[in-house]
Design a protein around this ligand. Structure first.
Ligand SMILES: CC(C)(COP(=O)(O)OP(=O)(O)OC[C@H]1O[C@@H](n2cnc3c(N)ncnc32)[C@H](O)[C@@H]1OP(=O)(O)O)[C@@H](O)C(=O)NCCC(=O)NCCSC(=O)CCCC(=O)O
Length: 341
């Protein structure tokens, strides 16, 4: 496997942590044999999700002021955008009553997050309406905002107007391999170059708190141009449980930043990322769901140009209900694969 392939697994699956990840460690799936794999995977799923016990478990410092710490940090050594969005939504949700549900958020990433220090979240109670309640959250490091986020919550209000797109038809998650299992398959190839092995083993050591099963693993490698669209099953690693819809929305906000922007790179295998970062992220929540159960993430990019790309995402419950939609624009600065620069 060429270095580019290893790099593309990183790029596609956003398993971009380096070995100096910060935070709580989790057991990884055992690759040894089918039996140990499934029981190990089951065990992992019985443990409480680290997203709930650590990442989204903010410390309250004062009224409407919280502190969040990091778990997994991408190899870019800037904080993962999904973590900042998820934590901002947790902070916003803490100041609204239990009968209000998150229905949308709009964020700008204005500075890179520094993984060496925690992030402060300052909540402004913008408006408490009769049906809708709006919060503004500023994520702060070194005294300056790194993210500005508006989140809106609504009381449950039923309506006869109801429609949605139809969920794409894909194989069930039980028939597909996880990213880790796919990597193990590659590692078992006898002709694998030493540096490729090293790169893949580094990926396996990551502690990404999300389990991913790509629908089309061959699009994984970005060796040939393909349409800017990809689908995968994803769920939070570990158990979260029923009941706390606000928390499931925060976890989905974390998950929604995974692999989204990379979709815009799929038509251009002759280029690799030089500087890729999300600029903004918007999300709309449509129905109840469990983020610790398999959900289909459908990502597509409608446009790229001017060193930017626009991507849309849809999160589907496996029973076909559209759970959430999102949209993101990002900077895409690339260089030719052959370039040494
Ligand atoms: C987006 C920016 C960088 C914009 O700030 P800015 O001061 O306007 O910065 P900038 O001028 O764009 O420079 C950034 C960088 O781009 C370089 N650059 C600038 N112009 C060019 C060019 N023509 N060709 C090639 N490179 C160029 C600059 O030299 C900067 O590079 P440097 O940081 O110095 O190495 C800033 O607002 C920011 O950092 N925001 C936070 C973005 C973020 O952290 N998003 C969340 C994390 S990304 C994510 O989680 C999604 C996963 C994607 C993934 O990891 O793959």
């Amino acid at each position: 496997m060429a270095e580019k392939e290893v790099d593309d697994i990183r790029g596609t699956c956003e398993l971009t942590a380096n070995s100096e990840d910060v935070g709580v460690t989790e057991p990884q799936n055992s690759p040894e044999d089918e039996n140990s794999k499934s029981s190990s995977s089951q065990d992992i799923h019985d443990l409480k999700s680290v997203l709930v016990t650590s990442v989204l478990n903010l410390e309250e410092l004062d009224v409407d002021l919280y502190r969040g710490t990091h778990h997994w940090v991408p190899r870019t050594q800037r904080l993962f955008g999904g973590q900042i969005i998820g934590q901002a939504l947790v902070a916003a949700a803490k100041s609204v009553s239990d009968n209000l549900y998150a229905h949308s958020l709009h964020c700008y990433f204005v500075r890179a997050g520094d993984p060496k220090i925690p992030v402060l979240y300052q909540v402004d109670r913008t408006r408490d309406g009769r049906s809708f309640t709006v919060r503004s959250v500023k994520a702060i490091q070194h005294g300056q905002p790194i993210l500005i986020c508006q989140a809106s919550f609504q009381k449950l209000q039923l309506s006869p107007l109801q429609h949605q797109f139809t969920m794409p038809s894909v194989p069930p998650p039980e028939d597909l391999l996880t990213v880790e299992e796919l990597i193990h398959l590659h590692l078992s190839k006898p002709d694998l170059a030493e540096n490729a092995k090293k790169g893949l083993n580094k990926l396996l050591a990551n502690e990404v708190p999300i389990e991913i099963k790509p629908i089309n693993p061959s699009s994984f490698y970005r060796m040939t141009p393909s349409e800017p669209r990809r689908l995968f099953w994803g769920r939070a690693r570990g158990y979260i449980g029923e009941g706390n819809m606000k928390l499931h929305c925060c976890v989905a906000a974390y998950v929604s930043d995974f692999a989204l922007l990379g979709t815009a790179m799929l038509p251009y295998p002759e280029y690799r990322a030089q500087f890729v970062a999300s600029l903004d992220h918007a999300m709309w929540f449509h129905s109840t769901f469990r983020s610790d159960e398999w959900m289909l993430y459908e990502c597509e990019s409608s446009w790229a140009g001017s060193s930017r790309g626009l991507v849309q995402g849809r999160l589907w419950r496996r029973d076909g209900v559209l759970a959430a939609s999102c949209a993101q624009e990002g900077v895409l600065r690339v260089k030719p694969v052959t370039s040494k620069l």
